[in-house]
Design a protein around this ligand. Structure first.
Ligand code: FE2
Ligand code: FE2
Length: 319
């Protein structure tokens, strides 16, 4: 076993008991071992990083996707990374695919054509898994949750280092569709700045996902409207976009009474998908992901002094 193979073997995945996942991890190892490419250790490490990130996102957003499929798609998404040009051409010919695939950037071949290698060599025929592999580089409009999670995790797994990755990683903790929009925006501007060819699917994906960039502002307005109907005063919105990796806005407001506070919470539960609600005797914290709302009774607001904590944070408006 040479050094690179040894390094690859040394990466253990904790908490994976499923035999299938281990089986496909071994298959990836075998496939990469056939190549002499210098990058193969990093690519192997990256594949495991994508799997960890994808599972983390599925848990965070409680997405209705099979965890087994997430792991298999993640571990195999770059399976065809080191195929030769001849092997890619053979896939196109064998499956009667349009020859113009080979006229696109070679960087996307391992994805668009990789699904066929996975299907043929590993006997995987699950369309959800195969299409997540197929579109993990270009993206496309209206992706399935599995396609979205693999596409995003490929960009933000822990081994990707750099300011842009870090930025998208933070946004993904708050709103993963918005993270996809920002990721596409960054990718397009990178490709254009280097006059590289941009895949039409990527542009279509951006046209579709860019609307999610604005979602936070629309949500903020809806939350304000809802609490306004339930008699709150002294509403302050702190803009922590640049201060917190956890959320973009913190709303602090005073409820006139406990029944009013509970009514507001009930309305919010009906209108939004809440990440969590915590309640004390005179306060409630409602976590919307990208927005956190604190409701207090008047004396509790003074007691906890949350506003004093945010004294240096920019306010969005104050009514
Ligand atoms: Fe890839
Ligand atoms: Fe990848």
């Amino acid at each position: 076993m040479n050094n690179v193979d040894k390094k690859m073997k040394d990466i253990k995945i904790k908490d994976i008991s499923n035999n299938d996942i281990q089986y496909y991890q071994n298959k990836l190892f075998e496939k990469f071992s056939l190549s002499n490419n210098e990058e193969r250790f990093e690519r192997y490490q990256h594949s495991i990083g994508v799997m960890k990130k994808a599972l983390e996102l599925v848990d965070l957003y409680n997405l209705p996707i099979s965890k087994e499929k997430v792991q298999i798609a993640a571990i195999l998404h770059d399976y065809a990374k080191f195929l030769s040009n001849e092997e890619f051409e053979n896939i196109v010919l064998k499956h009667g695919l349009p020859m113009d695939i080979l006229e696109t950037s070679p960087k996307v071949w391992h994805a668009l054509l990789g699904r066929w290698a996975v299907e043929e060599e590993l006997d995987i025929h699950d369309e959800e898994i195969l299409s997540a592999i197929e579109f993990h580089t270009t993206g496309k409009k209206e992706m399935t949750p599995l396609e979205e999670i693999i596409f995003l995790s490929d960009y933000i797994e822990e081994n990707r280092q750099g300011k842009n990755y870090e930025k998208v990683r933070n946004i993904a903790n708050k709103d993963y569709k918005k993270a996809i929009a920002i990721m596409l925006e960054d990718t397009i501007s990178y490709v254009r700045s280097r006059s590289l060819p941009l895949h039409p699917l990527t542009l279509e994906a951006y046209e579709y996902y860019k609307s999610f960039k604005k979602e936070t502002n629309g949500k903020l307005e809806q939350i304000l409207e809802t609490i306004d109907r339930n008699l709150v005063t002294d509403v302050v919105i702190y803009d922590v976009t640049n201060n917190s990796p956890l959320c973009d806005y913190i709303i602090v407001a005073t409820s006139l009474s406990l029944p009013q506070m509970n009514a507001a919470i009930n309305y919010l539960r009906d209108d939004f998908v809440l990440r969590g609600v915590e309640q004390g005797s005179g306060w409630t914290l409602i976590d919307f992901g990208d927005i956190v709302l604190h409701l207090f009774l008047k004396e509790d607001r003074e007691l906890y002094g949350l506003d004093r904590l945010y004294v240096n944070v920019p306010k969005l408006n104050n009514k």
